[in-house]
Design a protein around this ligand. Sequence first.
Ligand SMILES: Nc1ncnc2c1ncn2[C@@H]1O[C@H](COP(=O)(O)OP(=O)(O)OP(=O)(O)O)[C@@H](O)[C@H]1O
Ligand SMILES: [Mg+2]
Length: 188
Amino acid sequence: MSKSCTDAVKRNRVEITPDRVVKVFSQGAHKSSRFHHELEALRRLRGVDGIPVLLSYAPTGRRITTARLPGTSLDVAQAVPDAVFLRLRVLVEDMLYCGVARHSLPARDIIVRPDGTVSVVDFERCTLRRWRFGPIWRISCRVARFNLLRLIEAHAPHLLTPQEQTTLRRQHRWRAAFHRHRHWFHRL
Ligand SMILES: Nc1ncnc2c1ncn2[C@@H]1O[C@H](COP(=O)(O)OP(=O)(O)OP(=O)(O)O)[C@@H](O)[C@H]1O
Ligand SMILES: [Mg+2]
């Protein structure tokens, strides 16, 4: 079985076979930088439970091959146990510890494995830590944790602590205010 898919703006070619996933950064803006980010993130995360194993790569063709993770992506998974989100929290912290902060965390990039464990794929849009105490890294960590909370809010809101709910409400208010002002500014 082999399945090919390309996203709406045809940035990458992704071929999924029973045992591997081949991703070719063939089109779109910053394709070299996206290839570099994905490759470097996979290297930094090598050995972390829940991260696909890097099998091979081809810099000239901007092609990365990883082992296919068994399971279903969270956007189509049915009746996901709470433990998955608890494990996901740990995995996001593991990623930050290794110096990789994802910019967003869409459900399609979360793989729920048959044994109830969880994995994350797709690292082309992430910040790679250069200086642990620098402002960019601190902001990136906040963004990564905020996106995790948004994902939990969408799928298992009962798992959020009161403090996390307050954080999310505050962030939602900030975002709404930002969009209102941007809209108002464009009308000038
Ligand atoms: N190693 C893997 N094991 C299992 N499934 C995978 C693996 N890598 C990718 N996938 C699945 O293939 C989809 C597309 O891969 P990926 O997100 O890396 O490509 P993409 O071009 O960035 O896609 P998009 O723009 O939709 O995020 C993922 O959302 C995921 O569901
Ligand atoms: Mg993706």
